[in-house]
Design a protein around this ligand. Sequence first.
Ligand code: MLT
Length: 275
Amino acid sequence: MENFHCNGTDWAVYVKGNGFPVLFLHGFPFDHSLYNLACVPLIDEFRVIIPDLPGFGESQFPQLNPPYKFTMDEYAAGIADLVEQLGEEKVIICGLSMGGYIAMSFFRRYASRLAGLIFSDTRSTPDTPSAAENRLRLADSIRKTGTEPLAEQMIPNLLAPKTVNNHPDVVQFLRDMIVRQSASGIAAAARGMAARDDSTEFLKSIDIPTLVLGGTEDKISPPEAMKSLADWIPRSEYVEIFDSGHLPPLENPVLFADTIRSFVRRIVKTDSRAS
Ligand code: MLT
């Protein structure tokens, strides 16, 4: 991991490989290692960039006053700063779930820095009032309850039954990843997600190649929801990742990586023809 100071906070970032830059944003409450299995094969061909978002993994918790809150726009501002510091004019951003909310915010504010977008298992709509209330309750209680009950509660919804039954190693990896996250990082992200805007109208204005991916057994962002998200975006393509719930990079890393590889190759080819 390399260290960067982005938008006032210390970020730990995995940066490896040469070639077109592809930046991966993890979901909630995870860290860069969500992409370990899927991204290692991509470093042969691309510059793979995977930050731990502030408050997660090895990244510093931002200097905030309680009650801690980190908005999607604040994460996106940090990413813009990171892209600048990495010397990249344009990147392709892949955002999974909360990472997708951040990618939408990034498009709204820094579209000129994007060559393409990948949305995996995410949504453009804001929280319902009851979902937002649950998030605020979680933010208020996580310090007291700790992260273990959160992991136990989340895992059955995150993974496909096949993953749970046949891949105890993946279940354990995911449990460990959730359990090691900080209470403050979780609270800040939960409050930020509860406050996020509806990005649906903006999807129509995404004028760059966009890949929409969804696990066939995702209960949180089901295939119908992902398909209709893709329908809003003029230049989108939609691919379902079989044998996967909400977390394709963990549950079917080979197909996730292969699909991204061919999407990025096409963008790079078109870009080099244009220049
Ligand atoms: C995620 O995986 O990032 C979460 O499902 C996002 C959310 O809680 O809305």
